[in-house]
Design a protein around this ligand. Structure first.
Ligand code: GRF
Length: 203
């Protein structure tokens, strides 16, 4: 069977860029058959510097990107998918790009998600609630925070002596495995969404 050409995607970042770096590592190792054709940062940030230093086309767009501008960015870069990788802005998705953007959230949605649930606040919330497991969620984006159809979730334990930082580290390790796996399935298949539930159908 011939391998499909690498799927071009635009990565959206706001912070360290370590999620993007993990995806690039997976591309380089051959685990993820894709290429980063555009990086969009919501502000000046270390991830943007990293992207520029590694030769990725990178732009900064502050605030919520107007629909027309987002559509233009995607089309002009040749992206087939938008992949959020630590992006903290809301998306206003053009019709043609509905169900073509993914996000990863560092908790098991729908718990500990929505406005204000980001970074260490998520892990502090999990610890304060006394949860014995946490994990991460990969989902399709809609135009609100953390509510699009869920594609995959993976758990990890919460330890008695966890701090938000130690839990964040354990969850991030799970994220690093799950996100590229799900993207690879998504890029080589298609998604069916029925009654708000998403399923990846391998072709
Ligand atoms: C990850 O924990 C991910 O779940 C969330 O943002 C974090 C990565 O952000 N969406 P960054 O790459 O460290 O800025």
């Amino acid at each position: 069977m011939t391998r499909r050409p690498p799927t071009p995607f635009a990565a959206f970042i706001s912070g360290t860029g370590r999620t993007l770096q993990n995806l690039v590592r997976n591309i380089e190792s051959g685990a993820l058959n894709a290429r980063v054709c555009q990086v969009v940062a919501s502000r000046e940030c270390p991830g943007l510097e990293w992207a520029k230093a590694h030769g990725f086309p990178a732009v900064v767009r502050h605030g919520v990107i107007p629909r027309d501008e987002l559509a233009q960015l995607m089309t002009q870069s040749g992206a087939e998918w938008g992949v959020l990788a630590g992006y903290t802005r809301l998306l206003d998705l053009p019709d043609l790009w509905q169900s073509r953007f993914t996000n990863i959230h560092p908790a098991l949605l729908p718990s500990f998600g929505g406005p204000g649930w980001y970074a260490d606040r998520v892990h502090r919330g999990v610890l304060e609630a006394g949860c014995r497991v946490s994990g991460c969620t990969v989902h399709l984006c809609d135009s609100t925070y953390d509510t699009g159809p869920i594609l995959a979730q993976r758990c990890c334990p919460v330890m008695d002596d966890d701090t938000p930082q130690t839990l964040a580290q354990r969850v991030f390790e799970v994220e690093c495995a799950l996100y590229p796996e799900v993207l690879e399935q998504l890029f080589s298949g298609r998604v069916s969404i029925e009654a708000g539930r998403a399923r990846i159908i391998p072709v």
